[in-house]
Write a protein of this length. Structure first.
Length: 216
């Protein structure tokens, strides 16, 4: 998948995350993917280690574009000329996702790609010292979920630590919105759909069901 730069979007998304007074001025797409990048990278690493041992072969880095498309499909998006924003929140000391390609935030930030589900606009947001990543993620989640233009929201949070905060943040969101929370195992439900994060990551890592069936 060919990535290309898109004008001005990154500037506005950074203004949103660094100046909370302007958060409601951001123009969102109808579909948004909000990602705790450090968490999803850790999950991808764990899957890689486990499946390399099980399958007896090297697992390549996850294809970023394929993963985002799989997440969007699991989140209810279908083929068409859609526009989806993907926002990666990460700790200041981390320069890249080690288990994805492309993975460097400098390579992802302000980039876009087009596929069968339309155009994806990517942006990375660094957690600064004045706020914790958990707080930034939840604040961002609330703003995006309540933005009138957002119809579909896909959430990849560190469900091992802040799932209850995610559940609370989405409690009063418009029930007509199509929200999907991705976790590694079924969690207590809320007013949103749940999907298993591992399935989209396995597809992006090139782990095929045929291989797993042969082992059973």
């Amino acid at each position: 998948m060919r990535f290309y730069f898109f004008n001005l979007y990154n500037f506005f998304i950074l203004c949103f995350f660094t100046t909370f007074a302007r958060m409601n001025d951001v123009k969102w797409s109808e579909s948004v993917i909000l990602v705790d990048a450090d968490y999803v990278d850790k999950v991808a690493f764990d899957l890689t280690v486990n499946f390399e041992r099980m399958l007896g072969r090297r697992i390549p880095q996850a294809d970023m574009a394929q993963w985002l498309e799989c997440v969007a499909l699991d989140g209810g998006l279908r083929e068409g000329s859609h526009q989806t924003q993907a926002v990666f929140i990460h700790d200041k000391g981390h320069q890249q996702l080690d288990n994805f390609h492309p993975g460097r935030y400098s390579e992802l930030d302000g980039q876009a790609f087009s596929g069968r589900l339309g155009e994806f606009l990517l942006s990375s947001v660094t957690v600064e010292e004045l706020v914790t990543k958990d707080d930034l993620f939840i604040d961002s989640l609330q703003v995006i979920a309540n933005a009138a233009e957002v119809k579909k929201l896909m959430v990849i949070a560190d469900s091992e630590h802040i799932y209850n905060k995610v559940r609370e943040a989405l409690h009063d969101v418009d029930p007509d919105k199509h929200i999907t929370v991705f976790t590694m195992q079924p969690m207590p439900s809320g007013n949103y759909r749940q999907e298993i994060l591992g399935y989209s990551l396995m597809a992006a890592l090139g782990i095929h069901s045929e291989e797993l069936n042969k082992m059973s």
